[in-house]
Design a protein. Structure first.
Length: 337
């Protein structure tokens, strides 16, 4: 069984019921989640030996996080205990044309104060096949930016496949701050999730002709990124069209060896919970790469995993490999040359 390591913050999420605003509600739903933790949960459901590296307070909330992870088969051997608080965030659910709103309450969290000396990289990466992290971790502190770079370098020295999701969040930091933190990491990345806006605003790539199709533009930006960072083998993203808060279309993109592979367009007409959809897609891409799936099948699997995530509450995707494959059988991929 392949060992997967992810590094990031897990938080307590509070969500309103549909049709209620935060200032009026008397009840909130609770879920645990975070980008890298969600990827770990998905990959555990896909049958991998996943380990989540983080720091949580040594109190009932920290113990609840540990229970949550273990309940999904994620190993918590590298979950550091300490600090004073678990980060949290609030979601005001969207309805119709009104979008969902997120409010973060994560400053001074246990994870944001994690130091590299609290982690034993030799032990953490021993026998690992893949390491995944996202830009959200970089946004939380200067120390975490140093730690993430150190972890990626260490993983590459050990011959471990590395994965990075830009996951830019404007509420956490500026584009300039993100660009300065992300660029030094990319020479150590094998698999990268990013899109057109990331290429323009975070990597400083000159905009191409806006009259081109979105597929042609994406190929242009991915080609430019590979010129800058030839070590990046795979790039992925999704095209999402928001019709309403409860109705979206979703299509997966995979760029490999100069070609763009796409899934079918999923029409998700009754969204239960959109949060975590991108993490489910990322986990699907990683599964396809780890299993050496043909590119068309890989991107169809990833998009199907994301579409399925939209049908369940909470941050985590709870579907097995067989369930995603069964769903994806009716979702053949196509290649755009």
């Amino acid at each position: 069984m392949k060992k997967i390591v992810t590094l990031g913050e897990i938080m307590l999420r509070f969500s309103t019921n549909a049709g209620e605003r935060l200032q009026q509600t008397n009840t909130l739903s609770m879920h645990y989640g975070g980008a890298e933790a969600n990827v770990a949960v998905s990959l555990a459901h896909f049958g991998y030996q996943t380990y989540f590296v983080s720091k949580v307070p040594n109190n009932p909330l920290g113990r609840a996080v540990e229970r949550h992870l273990k309940s999904h088969g994620v190993h918590t051997d590298y979950l550091v205990k300490g600090g004073e608080r678990l980060g949290s965030y609030y979601v005001e659910s969207g309805v119709g044309e009104r979008s969902a709103q997120v409010i973060y309450d994560r400053k001074y969290s246990s994870f944001s104060n994690l130091k590299s000396e609290e982690l034993n990289f030799e032990e953490i990466f021993n026998g690992a096949h893949l390491f995944h992290v996202s830009g959200i971790t970089l946004a939380l502190s200067a120390e975490l930016r140093k730690l993430t770079l150190q972890a990626l370098k260490f993983a590459k020295e050990k011959g471990i496949t590395t994965s990075f999701d830009f996951n830019y969040r404007a509420k956490l930091w500026s584009q300039q701050e993100a660009a300065e933190a992300i660029k030094p990491l990319l020479p150590y990345v094998d698999i990268c999730s990013c899109g057109e806006l990331d290429a323009i605003h975070l990597l400083g790539i000159e905009e191409t002709d806006p009259s081109l199709s979105k597929e042609e533009r994406l190929c242009y930006y991915y080609g430019k990124i590979q010129e800058m960072y030839p070590n990046i083998q795979y790039m992925c993203s999704t095209f999402r069209k928001v019709i309403s808060a409860s109705e979206n279309t979703l299509q997966g993109n995979l760029y490999l060896d100069g070609e763009l592979y796409q899934s079918k367009v999923h029409h998700i007409s009754q969204i239960v919970d959109r949060i975590g959809g991108g993490d489910a897609f990322m986990a699907g891409v990683l599964y396809g790469i780890l299993e050496k799936l043909p590119s068309n099948q890989l991107i169809s699997f990833a998009a199907a995993a994301s579409a399925l995530k939209h049908t369940v509450h909470g941050d985590c995707n709870l579907f097995s490999t067989d369930e995603v494959l069964s769903f994806a059988e009716n979702a053949p991929g196509k290649i755009v040359r």
